[in-house]
Design a protein around this ligand. Sequence first.
Ligand SMILES: *Cc1c(COP(=O)(O)O)cnc(C)c1O
Length: 420
Amino acid sequence: MAKWSDIDPAEMQPESLMMTYGFRPEWSEGAASPPIFQTSTFVFPSAAVGAHCFEIAYGLAEPLPDEHPDLIYSRLNNPGMEMAEDRLALWDRADTAALFSSGMAAITTTLWSHLRPGDVVAASSPIYGGTHHFIETVLPQYGIGCIRFDVHDDAEVIADRIAATGLRLGMVYVETPANPTNDLIDLQMCAGLAARFSSPERKVPLAVDNTFLGPLFQHPLEHGADIVVYSATKYLGGHGDLIAGAALGSHAMIDPIRAMRTFVGNMTNPFTAWLLMRSLATLGLRMERQAENARKVADFLRDHPKVKSVNYLGHLAAGNSQFDLFQRQCLGAGGMISFEIAGGRPEAFRFLDALRLFKLAVSLGSVDSLAEHPASMTHCEAGPEANAAKGITEGLVRLSIGVEHPNDLIADIRRALEAV
Ligand SMILES: *Cc1c(COP(=O)(O)O)cnc(C)c1O
């Protein structure tokens, strides 16, 4: 009898595979739904098998083509973690994925694994505060420099900035759309830049933080990226109840990251891996609904007299170079909006304090709608002047749209704006 476990994943879309792929009920007493493999270690069937597992783990032997080496210890591998990784990889059509204890664990381990002293990272701006701090403050202590570029800089300007450091380019690191302005960075341009500084001995990877749109509405690996990283805390987890991260790409790119993870010990745990796997089954449903809701909320905000401007990808108009980029590299506008309230910080705070359904909280991508004030919260480290130059003004509010009824979300915003 044909079994779901025999399905070739290339035959189907990820939505159809999230409940089955990579799991065989016969491994778990016939359970239709995978159990949580809450174990630290695994029993070897014989000493010889145990020795062979270690040879493979330490790269002293290659696994045979159809061989699935036995599991050793949950810092290296765990069945639930591997299943969640295999399923996540399908969404981005990546060869492989590695799960981490947080998005920052995935990002920092990716940087550590591919950079060496004497390298410079070219990173887009603005980026996530934790990543910004790590690149600007921590990496320089290890002899790794950084240069920054934004949506207005072309490849020549960036190449000149890299050359001026006198260091070797080690990685191009990009967040697109940018948080919280939704500026789009040209991935093809970045891939060209990375290729220009690559040599036969060393490929300069392009890494993309795909947390905002992925993996439903943007597939960076199809636009020249080598590594995709996620804060799985956000849309992938999607319920505001876990912290996790992921790095995806080819084996050549991800294997060193996974090896570093083994020694740093920042893998995800069995329960979180199980929660993530469960979340992946509804990823498409959630993100589609969040995107539909976001469109309605963004349209409402655009027409409101107390709103100065709205940053929403679905409002980009033809003739704008950002619109061309959106058409080329995005598949949807997603669920993130920021908008500027007429006035400044007092008006933004009054609005935030008057919300009832939206929660006043950082983070994003959850089933519940969240609102925050980037200038004083997620982006406060840069300071008011640098922030204003990036469009992160005192009146700017960021919304992460959830799966509530859109009319209730709009009513909540309308009422809170009346309080301003
Ligand atoms: C939240 C976030 C991160 C950090 O992820 P954690 O899971 O909180 O460690 C990185 N990048 C982006 C774009 C994020 O939104």
